[in-house]
Design a protein around this ligand. Structure first.
Ligand SMILES: Cc1cc2nc3c(=O)[nH]c(=O)nc-3n(C[C@H](O)[C@H](O)[C@H](O)COP(=O)(O)OP(=O)(O)OC[C@H]3O[C@@H](n4cnc5c(N)ncnc54)[C@H](O)[C@@H]3O)c2cc1C
Length: 445
């Protein structure tokens, strides 16, 4: 066992919550160590969305220009492709503030950017390949962690005034603390795969909805990252039905990609992602706080989990950094304040996700039409108000209203693009904007 190490704020997990928290704590002058179990941020099964409120936060942190220099796509509307054509559900151009879009950036680029900015703070340390295996205790208080260096298998201890678990929905820290989240049933899982993207395809994100099917396509430039929803626990059964049947299903669902479904060469190209939705009743214990997915696992619906995790981190730094900077122990009352601040926006969004799961489940349970709608069959994929007014009456009420009264598209845009209770950088974390340079532009995409 290597020597004991010591820090003031110990952050477990270098995802969106952990790295943003690490950056802000370090900018407050708090000695901060982030432990990340992987050697890099190059993991595919993460979201890509950076929402308008997070873009504003990056501006406040002086990172807006560097973020803008990253290769990215922009989503200015939330649209679904129904059998009748495209329908716009949310219009980001109606958002207030400096950013009227959601940026689609591979998460590893976003995390590299934050880690790079944090590395320039003298009080910041990021240890990669550092997998936390257990908590250390001092009496009844959490006093740090035990971690394994995955490069050589050695074990280390880090003691800290405060440990913050940002280790995601499978949180080891949460388990070690004996905390069990309340699970909200989720009716589906995700099949995750790529299809090539052509220059004349639609831009941004596309949701495709048809009786029996639901798929989201994320524009990653030269390919589509596709998330096809399957019933929870049906993975094996669906794979047994064979790849040709699945390719055919995708081709019928999105006729404009029918020419490339053969790029799916085997089911190895189709990964199963388990969807969870849960929340801890109590996000803290003496010496320990849990935020982001470790406190509340988010469903991919609406693509809001990253934004929420970042907002948790900002609130945590604002509420706790002053006490940590002055060297004090952070009492349980202060930890409770973080939960009080972030609980209701989280519960509200999870409530919407639960509602959306119900709608999606009903769509997926509906019998697939034996013949696709003529517009879909012919690959006519224009906006509904350009394509097919006669069938628009068959739309679900919210879509009908949003199509008829475009001003209403501002409401989902605000809910998704900004979210309830956006958090802003505290004055001590703000910096003037720094332009991107060759050295400062993160690599790794
Ligand atoms: C299929 C799917 C698609 C999604 N798509 C989107 C999307 O498009 N947009 C969006 O906003 N949200 C999306 N989400 C939700 C989003 O991924 C999460 O809400 C968000 O990543 C939470 O951030 P976090 O920092 O709390 O946790 P995470 O992003 O999970 O980060 C946790 C970090 O902790 C590290 N870690 C884990 N265990 C340990 C350990 N023992 N020791 C050290 N480090 C550890 C991990 O390696 C990881 O880097 C999606 C979720 C799913 C399931």
């Amino acid at each position: 066992m290597a020597n004991n190490e010591r820090t003031t704020c110990l952050v477990v997990g270098g995802g969106p919550a952990g790295l943003v928290l690490g950056l802000l704590m370090a900018r407050a002058g708090v000695e901060t160590t982030v432990l990340e179990k992987h050697g890099d941020f190059l993991r595919d099964f993460r979201g890509d969305t950076v929402h308008a409120s997070t873009l504003t936060l990056l501006d406040e942190l002086g990172l807006g220009e560097r973020f803008a220099a990253l290769p990215q796509r922009r989503m200015e509307s939330v649209q679904v492709q129904l059998d009748q054509g495209f329908a716009k559900l949310g219009d980001m151009r109606r958002l207030p503030g400096a950013h009227q879009h959601i940026a689609l950036v591979p998460q590893w680029d976003f995390l590299d950017l934050i880690a790079d900015a944090a590395a320039s703070e003298p009080t910041f340390t990021l240890l990669r390949n550092a997998e936390v295996v257990d908590l250390l205790h001092d009496g009844g208080r959490v006093a740090g962690v035990r971690y394994r260096d995955r490069t050589d298998g050695t074990e280390h201890r880090v003691r800290a005034s405060l440990t913050v678990a940002c280790d995601g929905r499978g949180s080891r820290v949460r388990e070690a603390a004996g905390l069990v989240p309340r699970a909200f049933g989720v009716p589906m899982d995700v099949w995750w795969f790529r299809l090539p993207r052509h220059a004349d395809d639609p831009e941004g994100g596309v949701g495709r909805v048809s009786a029996g099917h639901f798929m989201v396509m994320i524009d990653r430039g030269d390919y589509w990252q596709c998330a096809y929803l399957i019933g929870k626990g049906t993975d094996q059964q669906m794979r047994a039905e064979g790849l040709p049947g699945f390719r055919d299903r995708i081709a019928r669902l999105v006729p404009w990609v029918a020419d490339r479904v053969t790029d799916l060469e085997s089911f190895d190209d189709v990964k199963l992602l388990n969807v969870e939705l849960n929340r801890l009743r109590k996000w803290y214990a003496d010496g320990l706080l849990l935020i982001g997915d470790a406190a509340h696992a988010m469903s991919p619906v609406g693509g809001v989990g990253i934004n929420l995790a970042v907002a948790d981190a900002v609130a945590t730094a604002r509420i706790l950094a002053p006490a940590l900077r002055s060297g004090g122990i952070v009492g349980i009352d202060r930890l409770r304040k973080v939960q009080l601040r972030r609980w209701w926006p989280t519960a509200l969004i999870q409530g919407f996700q639960k509602l959306a799961h119900g709608v999606i489940f009903r769509v997926r349970s509906a019998t697939p039409a034996t013949d696709a709608h003529p517009a879909a069959e012919q690959g006519k994929v224009g906006m509904l108000d350009e394509v097919d007014h006669t069938t628009a009456g068959a739309l679900p009420l919210p879509l009908r209203l949003a199509t008829r009264f475009p001003v209403l598209q501002g409401i989902p845009a605000r809910l998704v693009g900004i979210g309830p209770l956006p958090e802003h950088a505290p004055a001590w974390a703000r910096r003037p904007s720094a332009p991107a340079t060759r050295e400062s532009t993160p690599q790794g995409s």
